[in-house]
Design a protein around this ligand. Structure first.
Ligand code: SF4
Length: 351
């Protein structure tokens, strides 16, 4: 059976290639093609001999080459590209490429599905099927990099905010981020990486102990206990007040500002009173609030509030001197909310 090479360290790669009969220096060349030039096939590695390529193809596989793009959606403004990627075992996840003024970012998934059951999210509709490996997380970045490389561009930011709860797959997520930070891969700064959690406190604490300047985002979405539990059942085990405290420890240790994500759902959590509650909890914290007008999730019956309501909410936060912005709407015309594309695809397969 062929062995998978993608995501191995240089030393692991050297060992496998030497065992297959290749010279040791070939490993550094293959490594560079894979992780700096974002090539996804052995026969594109132009400084390898035909004989060496034949050995590689006979003995090894490369995950990005085996990924199937089941669906692809590009927003009308061409700034957002979302793909549904199928892994060799038949499981699929969503990955999104976004073009900003400052470069390209990729929003990756960390699990197939999710167990957290957030009421507004399509990713949790059928629970968590499995964790992704570090290589599968990396492959989501490199599949886009391989598309950009022809234009002389590459992904410069990663956000772990797709399907899954990253803190419940901590080692693989951190392994992937540390890999991207290496000088002989993308050499991506930790400051360009964001992990978004629904509030798994042990995960926040582990991240704090690592002491890396990774951006931490917390999905809050309500600052009233009952409503938060209704929207995010994780609140029962990890009440948001404790989550904010854990995030404060993160700020103290890393100096990084924490971002609180707040999806505004019409008639649920978008009133001025809800904004006052939120302000009470975040006042004087080294934090910013990212307000996200909800993407309608037809399966859940959630609607987006009007512009006026969003502005009124923002004003309350600003009155309390809380650094808050309304997220620029990217990819509104595609199934932009996490898990929607995968859920729709699954539904179509059943029909
Ligand atoms: S919002 Fe995130 S944590 Fe909640 S169910 Fe969806 S993927 Fe899971």
């Amino acid at each position: 059976m062929k062995k998978e090479l993608f995501g191995l360290s240089l030393i692991e790669l050297q060992e496998l290639l030497v065992a297959a009969g290749l010279k040791k220096f070939r490993a550094a060349q293959v490594y560079q093609w894979l992780y700096q030039k974002s090539v996804t096939a052995f026969d594109q590695m132009r400084n390898l001999s035909k004989a060496d390529i034949a050995i590689l193809e006979a003995n090894f596989t490369l995950l990005p080459q085996q990924l199937k793009i089941l669906r692809e959606q590009v927003s009308q403004d061409d700034l957002t590209r979302k793909v549904l990627l199928e892994f060799p075992d038949g499981n699929s996840v969503e990955t999104v490429l976004m073009r900003h003024d400052y470069g390209y970012s990729v929003c990756v998934s960390s699990q197939v599905g999710c167990d957290m059951g957030c009421a507004f999210c399509a990713s949790g509709l059928s629970g968590c099927i499995r964790n992704l490996t570090a290589a599968e997380i990396l492959a989501q970045v490199y599949i886009f990099n391989s598309m950009l490389v022809g234009e002389g561009k590459q992904v410069s930011r990663i956000v772990v905010m797709g399907s899954g709860e990253p803190m419940l797959n901590f080692d693989a997520v951190i392994g992937a981020l540390q890999f991207l930070h290496r000088e002989n891969t993308l050499y991506m700064s930790y400051r360009n990486m964001t992990i978004s959690t629904c509030g798994i406190i042990p995960g926040i604490e582990k991240l704090t102990q690592l002491g890396l300047p990774i951006n931490l985002a917390i999905s809050l979405h309500a600052a009233e206990p009952e409503l938060r539990t209704e929207l995010m059942p994780v609140n029962k085990g990890f009440p948001f007040q404790d989550v904010i405290q854990a995030a404060e420890a993160y700020v103290g240790y890393t100096g990084r500002q924490v971002t609180y994500e707040y999806i505004l759902i019409a008639g649920k959590n978008d009133s001025p009173v809800a904004a006052e509650l939120l302000a009470n909890h975040l006042r004087f914290k080294h934090a910013s609030v990212n307000l996200i007008p909800a993407n309608p999730v037809p399966e859940k019956g959630f609607e987006r509030p009007s512009k006026k309501v969003v502005e009124a909410f923002l004003k309350v936060l600003q009155k309390h001197k809380i650094n808050a912005t309304v997220r620029r709407e990217m990819g509104k015309d595609i199934d932009a909310a996490c898990g929607q594309l995968r859920a729709r695809f699954a539904q179509e397969q059943q029909d």
